[in-house]
Design a binder for this molecule. Structure first.
Ligand SMILES: [Zn+2]
Length: 266
């Protein structure tokens, strides 16, 4: 009897341990949760406004870009300006005098500032434009493809065959080589957790292998028209997939990265 109860206890402990191990494993391996307001805000920002704030930040470097952008993307000019004047006069963000602005607005701006600080797509030094040289692109996210069978889940960047394509950020090579739609494609798991998809390449850099680390600006290959792009002009299809499997519109980010890159180069 004694042995039996001992065995029972050991079994109970074992199953508890197994349960805890499964929970811990799950916690470690599940994708990070992204709050639902993050990407709707980021992808809704107008590239023109972001560019304006980057320029303004250049002439007033004591103001933090993220604070400027959070204020300007929430308030009209006449309400934003007094706040920005305070920032120019070294008033910390937390001590701003909001005047007659309704109470929930500062909270909103504060939240947007948090998002911009954590998700640094619009910070001019954090990401790289993926095409080296002259290129043309427009916002075609969500457009019909294959007669409405699927939606366009990225941005097409057009340039001539052979134009170098580089990684927009640091990360690891997750996918490499041929698939039906993408042709010669490279998939990078960025350090930020998102999956970056580069498709229709002419050649993939021979130095790339699955699992290899790449840094921002490293060559991934050259522009082509492989996969479903066989009959279209040469272009790079660039996509961003969040850890939860949702593809988001890369267009506003690309516009800003190109602009920031040109400014850096000049
Ligand atoms: Zn495309």
């Amino acid at each position: 009897m004694k042995i039996l109860s001992k065995l029972k206890r050991i079994l109970t402990q074992l199953s508890l341990l197994t349960f805890l191990a499964i929970v811990a494993w799950h916690e470690l391996h599940s994708p990070p949760t992204i709050l639902s307001d993050v990407y709707p805000y980021l992808t809704s920002l107008s590239p023109a406004l972001v560019k304006q704030c980057i320029d303004e930040n250049r002439t007033s470097p004591t103001i933090v870009l993220e604070e400027l952008l959070a204020i300007r993307s929430t308030l009209p000019d006449r309400e934003a300006q007094p706040l920005i004047e305070q920032l120019k006069n070294y008033v910390p963000f937390s001590d701003l005098d909001w005047g007659l602005i309704p109470k929930n607005t500062p909270k909103n701006v504060q939240r947007r500032r948090e998002i911009l600080n954590k998700y640094t797509y619009y910070h001019p030094d954090k990401y790289r434009f993926p095409v080296i040289g002259t290129t043309w692109f427009e916002d075609s996210f969500g457009a019909d493809r294959e007669g409405g069978k699927r939606r366009h889940e990225g941005t097409d960047l057009f340039a001539k065959e052979g134009t170098p394509i580089v990684s927009i950020c640091g990360g690891k090579v997750e996918q490499l080589g041929w698939n039906r739609l993408g042709g010669e494609r490279v998939g990078i798991r960025g350090d930020d957790g998102n999956y970056y998809y580069y498709a229709h390449l002419q050649y993939i850099s021979t130095s790339l292998v699955k699992g290899k680390r790449v840094e921002e600006g490293w060559a991934l290959g050259t522009m082509g028209h492989t996969g479903v792009a066989l009959t279209t002009p040469d272009h790079l299809h660039f996509g961003i997939e969040l850890p939860n499997g949702q593809w988001i519109n890369p267009y506003p980010f690309l516009e800003v990265w190109q602009y920031a890159g040109e400014k850096r180069g000049s």
